[in-house]
Design a protein around this ligand. Sequence first.
Ligand code: HEC
Ligand code: HEC
Length: 182
Amino acid sequence: MAVVPAMPVWADFDAEAYPPYEICALCHGLSGVSATARFPNLGGQDPTYLDMQIRAFLAGERHNDGGQMAQIVTELSPEHIPVVVAWFAGQEPPAPSGHGDAAGETLFTQLGCGACHGARAAFLGVPHLTAQHAGYLAKQMKDFRDGRRKTHAACVPPGSMMPAQDTEIEAIARYLAAQPRP
Ligand code: HEC
Ligand code: HEC
């Protein structure tokens, strides 16, 4: 007589009973503070910006993520997007890290980055950069420069050019990571 295998335990798993942002926690931390620079902090981030990025990954317009985000966003149903956005935007912002960088501060100021990325965002959808992981920020600036991240039409307009040198980009990133989020 054939042995009928017991139903696997996960057959009882009810995805609908769990909040949709739990699937994000593995990489971004449940409160939006992540363990490594590969995964950006999301806690306290601008909600319009979070919403735009999730939709950009979903639409295939942003694909500098190594495939991880593009994959996971397909598991969010449309009504879950505002729920995860409200969750992460509503968390405490991350704590600053590192020792800053005086040359990075000078570049950020001289290049006019603060016109949009100041204490108060210049318009909806401008991300907070302060207290973000330096390694993540540097990767984004290099991805903009090298055309790997294409969703930045509203960033680095003429007159505020992203620096070309890795050393300059990394200095700006170290400066921003060490600033407290206002
Ligand atoms: C397997 C790891 C992984 C999981 C799980 C994951 N992400 Fe991400 N996420 C990433 C990586 C990697 C990046 C950065 C990609 C890059 O370098 O541009 C990212 C970037 C983002 C960004 C862009 C942040 C910014 O500052 O531009 C948002 C928003 C985001 N994720 C939201 C989510 C949400 C919401 C979930 C859950 C539905 C989620 N992520 C689950 C790996 C993950
Ligand atoms: C005119 C306003 C504006 C100016 C000036 C500007 N930015 Fe941005 N920046 C934006 C917007 C809007 C985004 C979001 C782009 C997107 O949707 O992908 C952004 C995104 C970024 C990101 C990615 C953040 C993340 O979480 O992934 C970095 C890093 C950044 N900007 C750095 C800079 C630096 C450095 C300068 C100065 C050289 C600068 N920006 C000047 C508007 C601006």
